[in-house]
Design a protein around this ligand. Structure first.
Ligand SMILES: Cc1cc2nc3c(=O)[nH]c(=O)nc-3n(C[C@H](O)[C@H](O)[C@H](O)COP(=O)(O)O)c2cc1C
Length: 162
């Protein structure tokens, strides 16, 4: 059996496998979205998700003024969307227009990405600062099933799918 090897705690966290999602927001003036791998379910009843967002993100600024946000769970065919929404800032670029993406407008005018495995509209319930990120909790108030496709995952700084 292979022995366990010690790792620096900061680096060790890259060994956690994550889904890849686009967190979307509509503040009434514009739409934006950012890639987030730090997304997880917290509760079944009521259904609650948690997303970890750096306060440096333009999305975080926009989220401050809204009640609802979207979470689109990407499929293995959406690496391009993940890279683009995860490298450009909505402060300078309309990422939907730049990528030629027509968003699916769900409840409360929250945009979701078609081609995703699933999409959720969440009502902000709570947020807590932890280290250099904020954990944002949201109750799922509307959910959509997308493509029957393999989800996109992120592990050790790279994309993976089943
Ligand atoms: C695969 C991947 C995963 C990411 N996960 C997160 C995350 O969980 N939380 C976060 O704050 N930023 C994450 N980012 C970085 C943001 O998506 C990126 O900074 C984005 O450009 C912010 O856009 P905005 O300024 O329009 O909000 C991730 C980027 C990539 C490529």
């Amino acid at each position: 059996m292979t022995a366990m090897k010690p790792l620096a705690p900061g680096k060790a966290l890259s060994h956690i496998s994550h889904p890849v999602a686009i967190i979307t927001v509509n503040d009434g003036k514009k739409l934006n979205g950012m890639t987030a791998a730090w997304v997880t379910q917290i509760s079944i009843d009521p259904p609650i998700l948690c997303v970890s967002i750096s306060p440096k993100r333009h999305t975080w600024e926009m989220l401050k003024g809204v009640e609802f946000f979207g979470v689109s769970m990407l499929s293995k065919d959406q690496e391009g969307e993940s890279d683009f929404f995860g490298s450009k800032s909505g402060k300078k670029v309309d990422k939907f227009k730049a990528m030629g993406i027509e968003p699916f407008m769900a409840a409360h005018d929250v945009p979701l990405l078609t081609g995703s495995v699933a999409g959720f509209v969440c009502r902000k319930t709570h947020q807590v600062e932890q280290g250099d990120h904020w954990a944002l909790f949201g109750e799922v108030v509307e959910a959509w099933k997308g493509h029957d496709n393999v989800p996109l995952n992120f592990f050790k700084s790279g994309y993976h799918s089943w």
